[in-house]
Design a protein around this ligand. Sequence first.
Ligand SMILES: [Zn+2]
Length: 155
Amino acid sequence: MRCPFCGSEDTQVKDSRPADDGAAIRRRRSCPSCGARFTTFERVTLRELTVVKSDQRRVPFDRDKLARSIRIALRKRPVDEDRIERIVNGIQRRLEAEGESEITSRAIGEMVMETLKELDQVAYVRFASVYRNFGEAGDFRAFLGSLDFGDGNKG
Ligand SMILES: [Zn+2]
């Protein structure tokens, strides 16, 4: 399993145990290269989903890729691995509940942004700026302006 932080191929399993009432295996891993610790879950895929990309290419839904992008957005934010795993599970269940075998990458991105916006605005901006791939600074400023930093905790 490649380290999601530094890309090293050489990560070690520290601990394995059942999760989700035996529906999954939870593995704690560590990366000797950068010192990162992360958790992986092995589970049965309930249904095969196809993602339709913006250029109309079709690729199989990749849960790990989804988890990776969320984990990168949340790096060094006060959100633990279990929480991240629940977020990914929640998004996957929503996708499965849509009842369609195909889903656009855009719809998935919007779902992730919606979730992160509730959870952590820093992670939300990180994810959104990559996902929306802002071509123009003006778009990005307009987007930042749409965020509500007016209330809630600042520290
Ligand atoms: Zn690493």
